[in-house]
Design a binder for this molecule. Sequence first.
Ligand code: FES
Ligand SMILES: [Fe+2]
Length: 390
Amino acid sequence: MIPREDNEILTRVGPGTPAGEVLRRYWQPIAASAELTEETPIVKVRLLGEDLVAYRDLSGTYGMVAEQCSHRRASLAYGRVEEDGIRCAYHGWKYDCTGACIETPAEPKGSTLKDSIRHTAYPVEKLGGMLFAYMGPEPAPALPRWDVLAWEHGRRWIIKYQPLRCNWLQCMENSVDPSHLYWLHGATAHLAPMMDTYEETHDFLKFEHGIMKRRTTPPQKPGASPLMDQHPLLFPNTLRHVSHDKETGRHRHNLQFRMPIDDTNTQVIIANFEPNENEHAPADADAPVEHVEFRTGENKEGYRMDMVASQDFMAWETQGPVMDRSQEHLGLADKGLVMLRRLLREQIDIVAEGGTPMGVVAADQQPPIIELDVINERMGLMSPERRGAA
Ligand code: FES
Ligand SMILES: [Fe+2]
């Protein structure tokens, strides 16, 4: 249980809010690169409470700028892309990816009006079929080259769920809440029998990129070894997961991004990778993207409770648009999320004092790949209905 004021501090994402300022120190996912095509070179993005458009100009450069035109605030989502930027459909003002206004065609020749305009713009980078934007102070740090995005030989694809109607921190607390596995997913994931021998231990280890969540289950038969799962929460808003098919030996690795749209909406985007070292086929630069609906019922207010991802979404959304943590009652099994809140609070203080929060490195100090020690000794490969389990 935490006081209401602390709950506000931990959850709000807008400009100038404590957690919003922390989230702005990290590159945030905005779309799959395959979503920006010649036919649809501009997409609306709402991120951290700001209305923006992401685009790809005719030279192949990506940009993300404020949706409302600096002239008279028409939406740039209806603009058009050109060789060097995006042009507003109303009176033709044109902006480049740095936010410079490069043309104001209705002004007299020689006008310097455009030189006084600074349109809000954020840098965009592409990696592993995903587009990321950085909304914090300059200079932008390195975009982390997570293994799932940087590995080359295998199949990569992106899953985008319908936006969730809840605050981002509810999704992240679930990632350090291993005890929900049997109760929420037990029947679907064929784990229900293990409830009878519920003796596993949960450890949470702080490491340079966040919290390593480790689950150790005692041997199920005499002489067998204990089974271990280990999945890192990458601070602040990503989970790294893997599932393993014991029959084929295949691993499916994923990064589960929980992109805060605003205080009460979150976009889950999952980047998946199946290594295929024998065939040495490089993954597509623009990984295919699949849109998955999980709402059901006449008014689309229900959840598919036979689908692991939808079970999680039910829990996160029904906690409320912004869960009121002053009304909860925590137990010892909740120690992981207590650690996450403490970690977030520490990073809030670091950023408020002008420091650099955990895991953020300068652009010229980026390692070529960040390989994470992820283990899943127990669960089988997710069927299409079960993917996205957290
Ligand atoms: S409103 Fe965009 S150019 Fe006038
Ligand atoms: Fe879950």
